[in-house]
Design a protein around this ligand. Structure first.
Ligand code: HAM
Length: 419
């Protein structure tokens, strides 16, 4: 037993699973290529203040979940809990608005939130996400949503639902917040302690509280959609029109508010209809004032992020394929010291030619080496003994059907091993 364990809420991705991760990461990169998004990589830690200003002082993330620490020079830093604020920070800092092909960005990487771990919720989790910065055209909202939809459907997922809402702009929220406060105040004692606090500062958050009593009370709460001003209504209608034109099924859920403060107008979630409590595969929305809040110019933006862990759970639930676990093409078997010397020269040559080759110097007998070859799932064994070496030959054995032939070492061709 190891004396050490992974920290609570974290996990190792082991070799038996890492190919699944590679599969979904490759699929995500492929959709990014199709939609012409470019990768951006930002640091894993940032000034803590960046998240306080953007995600919001009163959000659960900033209030309770941030890994905040002081470095040796007294700087207050935080392990990033999400990717949007860092991307917008970098966008402003590097003047990407002026550079061609730089406004459609995607990212992949670990995020950190100190929350109670459960199935689908971890303290270190891996997000994939995109941000499209610079346009307030509702077509862009629809395109961002389309990206997420295409990604999920390409993986083969079926049991999910796209829910969309508009949470309006500053103009509409004041009246709506007041309406919510008047609605919820008579129930204040029945709300959970978090919601009771949220009521004064951020009453919208009560709408998506998972606690049963809050949920029941929120059922008859006024709908945001009745409080949207003309511009927000028109925008929301346009987003719906574009989604319909793109053939993307959706439902309007006026209770989607999102837990981060930077959102305005479009908000959306892709919900897995089979997963348990942590069933949001992807969440996103528009954030038109975020860049300005972070000291940049007025640069509207929209994006989404999803967690790979939940995606893998959903794919496993739907019994979808993750492609093939990687296996070597060739396993080299040698007998005797001279054959081994010649053999290791050969495997380096094969690897240089792009043919994955395995060799285990600890397995001495022919039997042990052949067993090992079969265990790795290699397609071919190349067997080199002193006799073959004298003739400059080698035995090529197809491990699937047992067929074997003796060939000249110099004649080993790529096409022979392609079969
Ligand atoms: P978020 O809703 O906080 O949004 O997270 C997005 C997704 O990340 C969730 O739907 C879920 O799949 C995954 N996720 C979040 N927390 C955890 C966790 N503790 N464990 C496992 N998975 C988790 C954002 O992060 C925004 N930055 C999304 C965005 C991008 N909005 C606009 N652009």
């Amino acid at each position: 037993m190891s004396r050490y364990k992974v920290p609570r809420g974290t996990f190792d991705i082991l070799p038996a699973d890492s190919y699944k991760w590679q599969f979904v990461i490759n699929a995500f990169r492929e959709v990014a290529r199709e939609f012409n998004y470019k990768e951006i990589v930002t640091p894993i830690f940032e000034q803590s203040d960046l998240f306080e200003r953007s995600v919001g002082e009163n959000s659960d993330i900033v209030e309770k979940e941030m890994y905040k620490f002081e470095d040796k020079k007294g700087r207050i830093l935080a392990l990033r809990p999400e990717g949007t604020a860092p991307v917008v920070r970098s966008f402003i800092e590097n003047g990407l608005i002026l550079k061609p092909n730089s406004s459609k960005l995607y990212y992949l990487g670990p995020m950190f939130r100190y929350d109670r771990p459960q199935k689908g919720r971890y303290r270190q989790f891996y997000q994939y996400g995109i941000e499209d910065i610079g346009s307030s055209d509702p077509y862009v909202d629809a395109e961002v949503i389309a990206f997420a939809y295409i990604f999920l459907t390409k993986l083969g997922l079926k049991n999910f639902e796209l829910q969309i809402n508009s949470i309006g702009c500053k103009n509409c929220t004041e009246d709506y917040d007041n309406a919510l406060k008047s609605y919820f105040t008579p129930f204040q004692n029945d709300l959970c302690s978090d919601c009771s606090k949220r009521l004064s500062k951020n009453p919208k958050r009560v709408l998506d509280c998972k606690v049963k009593t809050c949920n029941a009370i929120a059922k008859d709460a006024p709908s945001m959609l009745d409080y949207l001003d003309e511009e927000c209504t028109t925008n929301f209608n346009k987003v719906k029109e574009y989604l319909t034109a793109m053939g993307i099924p959706f439902m309007v859920n006026p209770k989607i508010v999102r837990g981060l403060d930077y959102y305005s107008q479009t908000a959306f979630e892709f919900i897995d209809t089979n997963l348990g409590a942590q069933n949001t595969l992807i969440g996103g929305g528009r954030y038109d004032t975020l860049a300005e809040q972070l000291g940049g110019k007025n640069m509207p933006g929209v994006g989404f992020a999803g967690g790979f862990e939940r995606l893998l759970l959903s794919m496993e639930e739907e019994k979808l394929s993750f492609g093939q676990q990687q296996t070597p093409k060739v396993y080299l078997v040698t007998l005797g010291d001279e054959a081994m010397s010649a053999g290791i020269k050969l495997i380096m040559e094969l690897r240089r030619r792009g043919i994955s080759t395995e060799f285990d110097p600890d397995k001495t007998s022919m039997n042990a080496q052949m067993k090992a070859a079969n265990k790795t799932g290699a397609k071919f064994a190349l067997i080199l003994g002193e006799n073959e070496l004298k003739k400059d030959k080698i035995i090529l054995k197809n491990l699937a059907n047992g067929e074997q032939k003796e060939i000249k070492i110099a004649d080993i061709s790529d096409s022979m091993l392609k079969k």
